[in-house]
Design a protein around this ligand. Structure first.
Ligand code: NAD
Ligand code: UGA
Length: 458
């Protein structure tokens, strides 16, 4: 078949896979290929068992794979064959050398730029889809123009705003698509080419354009603002616990103001996921680099409150369970960093379970999708840990239930049945405020939630 456009994505991860699947789904006359250095990942994309769980993803992969959507490890040939290249490799926090634990580690991104330069035989549009520090496109352009040949590369910034767990809906109906380009003739031509792809299913009014630097920075800022809302409501949850105010009532009262808005005001054990913390730290690093220490300190406090929230949660458990967890059996309900994903990267559950193990608690971990990743995350941890998917089985004989992920399943459990099978006095620590507190208290549980008065029989 003669395809109208040939698109390549380098990086077959949580963003590269779903975002390219959506392009292939909406544009059956385009050929979309996704490549990765990780052959196990590519094998998974080509198998019935996709590399991770994302609602709705399997359906669109099945519809387009082998028709106009391909997954491959042949990076060199694919660079040669495609005209439009999205770069969607990982950009984790650097854990070595200058900027360690703050700056973005750009080694994967730079390696990709060099691969593109080495293997290209014709001019190409190169699109940054991964999240990068502002001004990275400049470095990419310097690398790509270093051979001074006839081949020209136009670099665009097109950050991705999808969230895991709702990725397919976010990609299909985004609030906006952002395209940053140079305002030169070739920059505007490349921008039009990329706009044409998105216009296949997204109204033009939602396709925003800007200069490249604004586009790169907007992605970091959007994540920082979202994380800031979570830390803001979590900071107030601590005050609620001291004053008998209820954080859900406060969030409702505050969020019904249109100027503030209702979303992202759920108090809990803090944000996890691979991006919020890394992107804020990246922003903080950039501010310090430019001598903006006050601005850096402001954004750094968002991460500090997130850590404080998790420390508070552990301290409250220890205090309520008579100052010792040693030998107590504790059932962890949920290990994923949020509901509807198998992803556990930077999940608050990692820190909390490690702390519980250091208190010599015995843990039974339950999660409908993330147990494989949970086992990998805790593989080096010392102590007694079991992994049991069935929550009823997991809770049997336990002293406490600890809800760490907002899976809707945990709203609907038969807590009466669970209570009967547990050691008494039985406790619930609801780190996501999803359990019906009054009902569980009436059953006999001692119930502790975030930013709400404790309901206890003790
Ligand atoms: P990921 O780790 O799941 O995927 C990145 C993939 O890139 C990996 O499979 C890795 O093997 C591959 N890779 C690395 N170097 C390569 C190379 N030289 N050639 C080929 N493949 C290579 O990461 P992700 O979660 O998909 O995130 C990717 C980027 O998108 C990050 O910058 C992230 O900040 C951003 N982002 C992520 C999300 C999200 O929800 N996860 C949302 C928006 C933006
Ligand atoms: C987030 C952003 O929402 C996306 O727009 C962005 O593209 C993405 O990061 C990224 O750059 O990686 P994601 O991390 O997948 O998406 O999920 P969110 O829904 O934002 O949740 C992040 C964390 O905040 C989760 O741990 C969640 O439980 C927590 N959260 C969220 C709260 O504790 N309270 C809330 O009210 C909302």
């Amino acid at each position: 078949m003669n395809f109208k456009k040939k698109i390549l994505c380098i990086g077959a991860g949580y963003v590269g896979g779903p975002s390219m699947a959506m392009i292939a789904f909406k544009c059956p006359d385009y050929r979309v290929t996704v490549v990765d250095v990780n052959s196990e990942r590519i094998d998974a994309w080509n198998s019935p068992q996709l590399p991770f769980y994302e609602p709705g993803l399997e359906d669109i992969i099945k519809k387009r794979r082998g028709k106009n959507l391909f997954f491959s490890t042949d990076i060199e040939n694919q660079i040669r064959e495609n005209d439009i290249i999205f770069v969607c490799v990982n950009t984790p926090t650097k854990n070595y050398g200058a900027g360690a634990h703050m700056a973005a580690d750009l080694q994967y991104w730079e390696k990709t730029a060099r691969q593109i330069l080495k293997h290209s035989r014709s001019s190409k549009i190169v699109i940054e889809k991964c999240t990068l520090p502002v001004k990275t496109a400049l470095a990419m352009e310097k690398i790509l123009s270093s051979s001074r040949g006839k081949i020209k590369f136009e670099v665009l910034s097109n950050p991705e705003f999808m969230a895991e767990g709702s990725a397919i809906n976010d990609l299909e109906n985004p609030d906006r698509v952002l395209i940053g380009s140079h305002e030169t003739k070739s920059g505007l031509k490349a921008r039009t080419e990329l706009t044409e792809i998105y216009q296949r299913w997204i109204p033009s009014s939602k396709i925003i354009t800007s200069n490249i630097w604004s586009s790169e920075l907007s992605k970091l800022v959007a994540n920082a603002f979202l994380a800031q809302r979570v830390s803001s409501i979590n900071s107030i949850s601590a005050l609620c616990e001291k004053t008998d105010a209820d954080i859900s009532e406060v969030a409702r009262a505050v969020g019904t103001d249109d100027r503030i808005g209702r979303k992202f005001l759920n108090a809990g054990i803090g944000f996890g996921g691979s991006c919020f913390k890394k992107d804020i730290l990246n922003l903080v690093y950039l501010c310090r680099h430019y001598g903006l220490d006050e601005v850096a300190a402001y954004w750094e406090s968002v991460v500090k409150i997130n850590e404080y929230q998790q420390q508070r949660f552990i301290a409250a458990m220890l205090h309520s369970m008579f100052h010792t967890l040693a030998g107590k059996r504790i059932c962890i309900l949920g290990f994923a960093f949020k509901a509807d994903t198998s992803d556990t990267r930077e999940s608050p559950a990692i820190y909390i379970t490690q702390k519980l193990l250091s208190e010599k608690a015995e843990l039974v971990i339950s999660d409908p999708r993330a147990l494989k990743n949970a086992a990998a995350d805790l593989s080096g941890a010392e102590g007694n840990v079991q992994f049991i998917e069935d929550p009823y089985e997991a809770a049997r004989g336990c002293h406490a239930l600890v809800v760490l992920t907002d899976w809707s399943l945990y709203r609907m459990l038969d807590y009466k049945k669970i209570y009967r099978s547990m050691t008494k006095p039985a406790f619930i620590f609801d780190g996501r405020n999803i359990v019906d507190r009054e009902k569980c208290f009436a059953i006999g549980f001692n119930v502790y939630a975030i930013g709400k008065p404790a309901l206890t029989h003790l």
